[in-house]
Design a protein around this ligand. Structure first.
Ligand SMILES: [Zn+2]
Ligand SMILES: [Zn+2]
Length: 221
């Protein structure tokens, strides 16, 4: 028998090999932190008074940065997948029901905590490989959002970053800057130009995956 998740390691018992069990546990434990970290990508941020690019126009409202972030953060995203698996584990063990109550942040934490505590059961469970696969997919989806370089390698449109132009009220534009080698790069929303010699700095000014880093970066700019 070969582990059906990694399709590499032999299985002595159970349904997940040792390496996949540890990976799955690590993914489950990372997800609540990743869920919180996505907040930095949900709002462009309103701190800092950095002017950028010279030509800055009034922006009425900051735009959501990425619908994938919204999807992952919504009730059916990371939270929903974790809770569905928690319920599946619970059902198959005949344990009492859990209510889906409290804030989404609370629900992500409790569902992930429950699954992490059940990892020994999961490693023996016939649905373990599918659970492991879905946890890995969730982590990869979050990583694709916070690491645009990876998406570029996979041939998706090149996103230089998010517009760092600040309007008069101090709100950062935050629109996606798409790299098109055929014409001068410019923010499609506020028209702020991004000539090639500004790209490195733009990359440096992007919100960090962790919300604690974001304000420091922007404030220092
Ligand atoms: Zn494996
Ligand atoms: Zn802009």
């Amino acid at each position: 028998m070969i582990c059906s998740l990694c399709k590499t390691n032999p299985l002595r018992y159970g349904t997940l090999c040792g390496a996949c069990t540890l990976d799955t546990l690590a993914h489950i434990r990372r997800l609540p932190r990743m869920w919180s970290g996505l907040e930095a990508w949900l709002t462009p941020g309103v701190r800092g008074s950095a002017q950028y690019g010279g030509r800055v126009r009034q922006v009425e409202a900051p735009l959501p940065l990425d619908t994938e972030v919204l999807t992952l953060r919504a009730a059916g995203g990371i939270v929903g997948v974790l809770e569905d698996w928690r319920d599946a584990v619970r059902d198959s063990r005949g344990l009492p029901e859990w209510e889906r109550i409290g804030s989404l942040a609370h629900r992500v934490g409790t569902a992930a905590g429950y699954l992490a505590a059940q990892i020994h059961f999961i490693a023996l469970w016939e649905q373990g490989p599918q659970l492991g696969r879905e946890m890995r997919q969730l982590v990869e989806r979050v990583e694709r959002v916070v690491q645009p370089d990876e998406a570029e390698e996979k041939g998706q449109p090149s996103i230089l970053g998010y517009c760092t132009a600040v309007d008069l009220s101090g709100v950062i534009c935050g629109s996606q800057i798409v790299l098109d080698m055929g014409r001068p790069v410019q923010c499609g929303w506020c028209q702020c130009p991004y000539p090639p010699d500004t790209w490195l700095q733009l990359r440096r000014l992007q919100p960090a995956p962790s919300p604690t880093d974001t304000t420091g970066e922007l404030a220092a700019a």
